[in-house]
Design a protein around this ligand. Structure first.
Ligand code: SAH
Ligand code: F3S
Length: 481
C-alpha cells in the first residue's frame, strides 16, 4: 500500500499546447495533493502568454518553478532536497531563475529567500496572476514575493495547459481554500478561506475537455461537499446574500448533477469529502447518474471520539457509521477510501484500538495513512504537546497499514470472475503488451491490449488479482464509448 501520493508524486512538464512563438523555457514540477498539480496547469497557462513553453529538461530551463506541499514535515524536506538539485544545475546555468509556489511559499513567505539562497521568487497559491509582474522583477535582478491570500480568486477564467497528461483523465478545480480548521492541518493557513468557482466556468472547462477527447474528470477541492456558488463570495458570507442569490444557489449535489448531465459519456469523480459536510443528496445524486463513479474518498483520521474532537473533526464515530450505512444502503457496491493519522497528540492505545475497530467496520477499499506531523501555527501545535513517541506512532501506523492491506485484498477479491468496465489510461508499467486503466471503483486493472486503444471503455473479465490490482481479459468495448 502506498503511504500517500502526497510527498511522492513527481511532477513533469510535457508540452501539450505549446506556442511556437514562445522562446523561453519553463521547467515546472509539483509535489503534494492533486490541487497543486491542477494549479501548476494554471501557472503554465498564465506563463504561456508570457513567452514560456514548458520543458522536461531542468538543464535547459530559463525558469524553474516548484509547486510545494506543507502538509507534513517530510513533504517540506522533499522540496528542500529538490532545491539542492536546482542549485547544482544553476552552477552550470547561472542565468536560470528559481521560484517556489504553493503551500510552502505561503507558509514561509520572504523567509524562504533567507533560508534558501537559490530562490529568486516566492508566490502563494492565490497570487499566480501576478506572476508576469513578479517574473519581470526577477529578470531585472531583484527578488520578488507575493503571498497575499484572496477571498475571490478561483482562476475560473483561466484555461489550464494540461501538463504530463494522458489525454484521458483531468482534474477540474471547483473550490479553493478550506474553512474547516482541523487542528492538525496547515491548509487553512496556506490556502486561505473557502470559496467556490463559478458553475458556468466549470461546465465550460468540462465541455472543452470532452471536445478534446478526455473521458474522465475529477472535481477537486479540499472539501468539495461544501461547494456553494451563489454569484461569488466566501462560503461564510452566504447568509448575507440576496433572496435571489439564495434561491438560485448551486450546492455540490446540484453541481454534480449538472456535470453528469452535461457530459453523460464522461466519467465524473470528486475529491475530497469531509464526512461532516457530506449530505444524503450527494449520495442520491451519485446513485441517479451512471457516469458518476461509485467511489467516495472519505477521510476519517481517527476512530476515537475523543481524538476526533481534539482534531476538530465535527462528527462522532457513530455519525460516521451512519454515513457509511447510508452510502451502502443507497449504493451497495460503493467503494470507500480513507485518510488516517496515527499518533495525534494524547492518542492512547485505546484510541488506536478504536481506529482499528472503525476500519474493521468499514473495510475500506484503500487508504492513505500517515504518522502525525506537527505543523507550525496550527491549533494542535499551539495547544497540544506532540507527546506520542515516534516509535509508537510508527508501530500504530504499521498496524493500520497492515489491516488496510487485508481489507484491500478482501475488496479486490470480490471482483474475481466478474466483468468490470475499465477506462484505458496507459500502457501497463510492467508490460508493453498490456493496457492499464481503472474501474469506476478506482481499482487499477491490467489486461492484454487486444484490439483496444487508450481512451476506450472496455468490459474486462477479471481472472486474477493482487492486493490492489485486477488482472483480466478484455471482452468487448462497453456501451459507454
Ligand atoms: N481536505 C481533506 C484533507 C486534506 S490533507 C479532508 O477533508 O480530510 C490530506 C490528508 O493529509 C489528510 O486527510 C490527513 O490525513 C493528512 N494530514 C493533514 N495534516 C497532517 C499532519 N499534520 N500530520 C499527518 N497527516 C496530516
Ligand atoms: Fe485540512 Fe481539515 Fe480542511 S484536513 S484541508 S482543514 S478539511
Amino acid at each position: 500500500m502506498k503511504n500517500m501520493i502526497d510527498e511522492k508524486k513527481q511532477g513533469a512538464s510535457l508540452i501539450l499546447e505549446s506556442d511556437t512563438n514562445n522562446s523561453k523555457k519553463l521547467f515546472i514540477e509539483s509535489y503534494g495533493c492533486a490541487m497543486n498539480f491542477s494549479d501548476s496547469e494554471i501557472v503554465a497557462s498564465i506563463l504561456s502568454k508570457q513567452g514560456f513553453n514548458t520543458t522536461q529538461h531542468l538543464e535547459e530551463a530559463d525558469l524553474v518553478l516548484v509547486n510545494t506541499c506543507s502538509i507534513r514535515d517530510k513533504a517540506e524536506q522533499t522540496v528542500r532536497k529538490r532545491l539542492e538539485k536546482y542549485n547544482a544545475v544553476k552552477r552550470i546555468n547561472p542565468k536560470m531563475k528559481v521560484g517556489v509556489l504553493g503551500c510552502m511559499a505561503e507558509r514561509l513567505k520572504s523567509k524562504f529567500l533567507e533560508e534558501e539562497k537559490i530562490v529568486d521568487l516566492v508566490v502563494g497559491p492565490d497570487a499566480y496572476k501576478d506572476l508576469p509582474n513578479l517574473i519581470a522583477e526577477v529578470e531585472d535582478g531583484r527578488n520578488a514575493v507575493n503571498v497575499i491570500l484572496s477571498k475571490e480568486e478561483t482562476y475560473g477564467d483561466i484555461s489550464p495547459v494540461r501538463l504530463n497528461s494522458n489525454g484521458i483523465t483531468a482534474f477540474v478545480s471547483i473550490t479553493r481554500g478550506c474553512d474547516n480548521m482541523c487542528t492538525f492541518c496547515v491548509v487553512p493557513f496556506t490556502r486561505g478561506r473557502e470559496r467556490s468557482r463559478d458553475v458556468q466556468s466549470i461546465l465550460k472547462e468540462i465541455d472543452d475537455l470532452a471536445s478534446k477527447g478526455y473521458k474522465e474528470i475529477t472535481l477537486l477541492g479540499q472539501n468539495v461537499d461544501s461547494y456553494l456558488w451563489y454569484g461569488g463570495g466566501l462560503k461564510k458570507d452566504f447568509e448575507k446574500a440576496s433572496e435571489i442569490q439564495k434561491a438560485t444557489a448551486v450546492n455540490f449535489s446540484k453541481l454534480l448533477a449538472l456535470c453528469a448531465k452535461a457530459q453523460p459519456k464522461m466519467r465524473i469523480r470528486f475529491s475530497t469529502s469531509n464526512p461532516q459536510d457530506m449530505s444524503l443528496d450527494v449520495i442520491e445524486t451519485m446513485a441517479k447518474y451512471d457516469n458518476i463513479c461509485n467511489h467516495i474518498h472519505l477521510p476519517v483520521q481517527s476512530g476515537s471520539d475523543r481524538v476526533l474532537k481534539a482534531m476538530n473533526r465535527l462528527h462522532t464515530r457513530k455519525e460516521y457509521f451512519t454515513l457509511i450505512d447510508n452510502i451502502r444502503r443507497i449504493i451497495p457496491e460503493c467503494a470507500i477510501s480513507q485518510d488516517m493519522i496515527a499518533g495525534f497528540p494524547t492518542e492512547t492505545e485505546k484510541d488506536h484500538k478504536d481506529t482499528m475497530s472503525l476500519m474493521e467496520y468499514v473495510k475500506y477499499n484503500f487508504g492513505y495513512m500517515f504518522t502525525y506531523s506537527e505543523r507550525p501555527g496550527t491549533l494542535a501545535e499551539r495547544k497540544l504537546e506532540d507527546d506520542v513517541p515516534e516509535t509508537i506512532k510508527k508501530q500504530r501506523l504499521s498496524e493500520i497499514i497492515e489491516l488496510q492491506l487485508k481489507h484491500s485484498e478482501y475488496r479486490t477479491k470480490q471482483h474475481l470472475n466478474k466483468t468490470v468496465e475499465v477506462l484505458i489510461e496507459r500502457e501497463s508499467k510492467k508490460s508493453n503488451l498490456h493496457w492499464s486503466g481503472r474501474t469506476q471503483h478506482n481499482i487499477v486493472a491490467v489486461f492484454p491490449k487486444g484490439e483496444f486503444k487508450i481512451g476506450d471503455f472496455v468490459n474486462v473479465k477479471v481472472t486474477d488479482c493482487t492486493k490492489a490490482t485486477l488482472i483480466g481479459e478484455g471482452v468487448s468495448k462497453s456501451k459507454n464509448n
